[in-house]
Design a protein around this ligand. Structure first.
Ligand SMILES: *Cc1c(COP(=O)(O)O)cnc(C)c1O
Length: 379
């Protein structure tokens, strides 16, 4: 290999911990290796002594964590001879599937809900050449159709019901532990279909529990794929999942028929990883909680305005929830907390529109007018 230091994605980095054949063709866009950013201004504003980090998954190649799962799922599909992918999507899965299919030279079919998809995500699916099928229904309808179809058509499902997706996504937990050289006390995530919280729990569990010994524990999560042994850490974080009030099946204890939220990426009423996510929450001593759309948008804007990190609305649910629990003391002082920022803010530029009236003012094209406007704001 000529360039040994060139980062070539998470499969090459974590090959021995992933369930791919050694000779599998790797379909990669350099995903993973995202920054773990320590927040400064927000903890200070909260007045609490916590070590608060955001894992900015919006900096993956297509702008969301979905790429971590997609590289593994698509590499596996290709090695099985698959010529087409299919997924239901609130947007980011379709963007990612479309890009990795393009990279692999195969076809992607994506089912998206009627309206309610962020502009950036749709643009990606189109530009990467996916066949976009907009269904007259929501994500849960699309998911049901995809599962039924996969038995009848020669297409590989790349939603998170595909176990290879979760295997790829677990690597975010590896990266966090490598960087912090410890396990965080709390890991907060937005929860939609509940694949990502499950995947992180798989990752942390592999680190903490070591190899899965037939005699002791068959892994409930990975369908027997764990091969990782590390011994670096023995603890696991408490997993805290946040939902939007209008799409909070984990809080209701049952599926929600008509999920509604501004955070379109988590506008899901019938999560596919229901049992796994409950297990992760229970075993870790964590919890689920819900937030109003306004709280989510406030956190998004605060993060962008005070830390320079622009995530999409759904992503901000993790931080909004963490801030609330830090303030209330449910997350104790002295804790190390990681919030996953699942996707990039540029995916959904429409939300910025609501603030544009106060942010944008029109002035004449002359220096005096601009000077006046600047000085007026510096007092
Ligand atoms: C997919 C997605 C989620 C939800 O993740 P799940 O694994 O479905 O729980 C949250 N935020 C963004 C930006 C996403 O794309």
């Amino acid at each position: 290999m000529p360039f040994r230091n060139r980062y070539t994605g998470l499969i090459n980095k974590y090959h021995d911990r992933l369930p791919l054949a050694d000779d599998a063709r790797v379909i990669s866009l350099g995903e993973g290796g995202t920054p773990l950013i320590r927040l400064n201004n927000i903890p200070r504003a909260l007045g609490r002594d916590v070590d608060l980090y955001v894992k900015f998954e919006g900096l993956n190649p297509t702008g969301s964590f979905k790429d971590r799962g997609m590289t593994v799922a698509v590499s596996q599909a290709v090695s099985e001879g698959s010529k087409a992918l299919i997924c239901a999507s609130t947007g980011n899965t379709s963007a990612s599937a479309a890009a990795y299919a393009a990279r692999a030279g195969i076809t992607a079919f994506v089912l998206i809900p009627d309206g309610k998809i962020a502009m950036g995500k749709l643009a990606q699916a189109i530009m990467h050449g996916a066949t976009v099928l907009q269904i007259r229904g929501n994500f849960d309808d699309g998911m049901r159709i995809v599962k039924e179809l996969a038995d009848e058509a020669p297409v590989s499902i790349v939603n998170s019901v595909n176990p290879y997706r979760l295997q790829g996504q677990k690597t975010a937990a590896f990266e966090i532990v490598e960087e912090l050289e410890r396990v965080p006390d709390y890991h907060c995530l937005p929860v939609g279909n509940a694949g990502n919280i499950t995947a992180h729990w798989i990752g942390y569990s592999e680190l903490a529990l070591g190899p899965h010994d037939e005699a002791t524990a068959a892994c409930a999560f990975c369908a027997g794929h764990c091969r990782y042994q590390c011994g670096l850490v023995r603890e696991r974080p408490r997993m805290v999942g946040f939902q939007s009030r209008g799409a909070a099946p984990f809080l209701r204890g049952e599926p929600v028929a008509e999920p509604e939220t501004v955070a379109t990426a988590i506008r899901i009423g019938n999560p596919q990883s229901w049992e796994y996510a409950w297990a992760a929450s229970r075993e870790s001593g964590g919890w689920f909680d819900e937030l109003g759309d306004d709280e989510i948008l406030d956190a998004q804007r605060m993060l962008a305005g005070h830390e320079g990190v622009f995530c999409e609305p759904a992503s901000a649910a993790s931080l909004a929830g963490a801030m609330r629990d830090i303030r209330s003391g449910r997350i104790e002082q002295g804790s190390t907390v990681v919030c996953t920022l699942t996707g990039h803010g540029l995916k959904d530029p429409d939300v910025a529109q609501r603030y544009s009236a106060e942010a944008v003012s029109t002035v004449d094209a002359d220096t005096a007018a601009v000077k006046k406007a600047i000085l007026g704001r510096l007092d």
